[in-house]
Design a protein around this ligand. Structure first.
Ligand SMILES: [Zn+2]
Length: 361
């Protein structure tokens, strides 16, 4: 190798090294401010913290008034080394059960009995949570709404929702996770059962989903820009976990998801003890079939969550305002009801019933 070539390679290595250390800053960068006694950070390296339970606010952007937007972050760092589990809740602002799941989970985990690190974001979409809406609303004149769960990992150079997502993704070093669970519910006006989306081609993702003990798993090849798929594309096994209904706390969903996450943590040796099968029956299906209103009307559902239905069975009827039945909706195939409309007034195109189909025997 010529001297020139060696020098060139050395310079390249140094430059790449400098670039990497910029992208993955080794330390936690404190802003110097505190909010009600809690330190605020621009960047958080969980590895840099002492063992224990830590709470921070990550500055992920600014409103148009110049006020910062802070995202709550909880880190539990164990006394022993182990995997890093990332938990995110409320990337959609109307989906609240996951917030309670994280709040309950941290009460049950003693850092002295933990191997590894839990990074939890109990309320990812602060602009939506603060306005009781689902999507991130930009605070410039346009007021555009952005589905944050379609733009991960974000892009700081694009500003707005893209920059917000990127500051969370990069600021919490999410790419260094070993596994991840993104907590959701159905959207406003509808309800899911306890339901996991998992790309079962990845056996670790399938295992996480099974260990959560859900009623159903949808075999899911992923959607670009979701947190789940972004993690998976980086080689980090991840699932999306749907916890029932939006805009409320449901004790059973919170109980099951806390138990499920601890079960996963045992399987990944983050906690002592044996993991177990938490569900007497988990249905795993290849497809979903959405039955939606094709005109606006008042819906009467004939089925409930987890009902088994046969092709041709009536799932729902629609009335006009004067009480006349104007439509009925039949199951296009055999399946299991995994989501239903809970708000009876249905706009044209809105969901009535979602079936899981092509279920594994
Ligand atoms: Zn969601």
């Amino acid at each position: 190798m010529s001297i020139l070539k060696t020098v060139f390679l050395l310079i390249t290595f140094v430059l790449v090294g400098v670039w990497c250390s910029c992208v993955h800053a080794k330390d936690t960068i404190y802003s110097g401010d505190k909010i009600q006694g809690t330190q605020t950070v621009y960047h958080l390296n969980p590895e840099s913290l002492a063992p224990g339970l830590h709470r921070f606010y990550l500055q992920a952007g600014w409103r148009n008034s110049g006020m910062p937007i802070y995202v709550p972050v909880i880190i539990i760092k164990g006394t022993a080394n182990g995997p890093r589990l990332t938990l995110t809740a409320a990337v959609h602002g109307d989906e609240l059960n996951g917030i309670a799941t994280i709040h309950e989970l941290i009460k049950e985990i003693d850092y002295q009995a933990l191997s590894g690190i839990v990074v939890a974001v109990p309320g990812l979409n602060q602009p939506a949570l603060n306005t009781n809406t689902r999507h991130y609303v930009t605070s410039n004149g346009s007021g555009n709404k952005t589905n944050l769960n379609r733009i991960a990992p974000g892009d700081i150079s694009k500003g707005g929702a893209q920059a917000y997502m990127a500051r969370i993704w990069q600021g919490l070093m999410m790419e260094d996770s070993d596994l991840a669970v993104d907590l959701h519910t159905q959207t406003t006006g509808t309800a899911y059962t306890y339901y996991a989306f998992a790309d079962v081609r990845n056996k670790k993702a399938e295992k996480i989903a099974m260990l959560m003990g859900p009623d159903v798993i949808k075999e899911d090849e992923g959607v670009n820009g979701t947190l789940e798929t972004t993690f998976m594309q980086k080689g980090i096994p991840a699932i999306t976990l749907e916890l029932g209904e939006p805009r409320r706390f449901q004790a059973d969903m919170i109980y099951r998801s806390v138990k499920g996450i601890k079960n996963v943590m045992r399987a990944w040796k983050m906690l002592d003890g044996e993991y177990e099968n938490l569900s007497s029956k988990t249905y795993v299906g290849k497809n979903i079939s959405n039955i939606s209103a094709d005109i606006g009307g008042i819906a009467f559902l004939k089925v409930g969550l987890l009902d088994k239905v046969e092709k041709g069975q009536i799932l729902a009827t629609l009335n006009d305002p004067l009480g006349r039945e104007i439509a009925n909706y039949k199951a296009p195939s055999n399946g299991i009801v995994v989501a239903i409309a809970t708000y009876p007034l249905r706009e044209e195109g809105s969901l009535l019933v979602r079936l899981l189909t092509e279920i594994r025997p």
